[in-house]
Design a protein. Structure first.
Length: 116
């Protein structure tokens, strides 16, 4: 059974926007909120050149990287064709208007640029 870490309230993430989550080690995690209030979490690095996905534009179930406009799927972290690559994805739980991330994943996933 996963241990969950409270990150923020859903309302702390703007609709069609993001919020960055700092970690003691490794790159930050980006939380994304869709128009219908679903929340996804990805490593805040585009698989192309490491651009900050948290600064991208959220549309539908995707985010556009602000550097080169790659489209990254929020559900799986995978770049959409014709681009290729993947960024680490983190499990999210919504409960009572609060956003939680898996504590083990936060501590271990995506700690190096090559890790996804």
């Amino acid at each position: 059974m996963a241990a969950w870490t409270r990150i923020c309230a859903l309302e702390d993430i703007p609709p069609l926007g993001s919020r960055r989550v700092a970690r003691p080690q490794g790159p930050e995690v980006a939380l994304f909120r869709t128009a219908d209030d679903r929340v996804f979490a990805l490593l805040d690095r585009c698989p192309h050149k490491g651009g900050p996905l948290s600064q991208g534009i959220v549309f539908g179930d995707s985010v556009a990287c602000p550097l080169h406009n790659w489209t990254i799927g929020l559900a799986d972290g995978t770049a959409r064709a014709p681009d290729q690559g993947c960024t680490a994805r983190f499990s999210v739980r919504l409960e009572g208007g609060e956003v939680f991330l898996d504590a083990d994943e936060l501590a271990t996933r995506g700690l190096t640029p090559a890790a996804a």
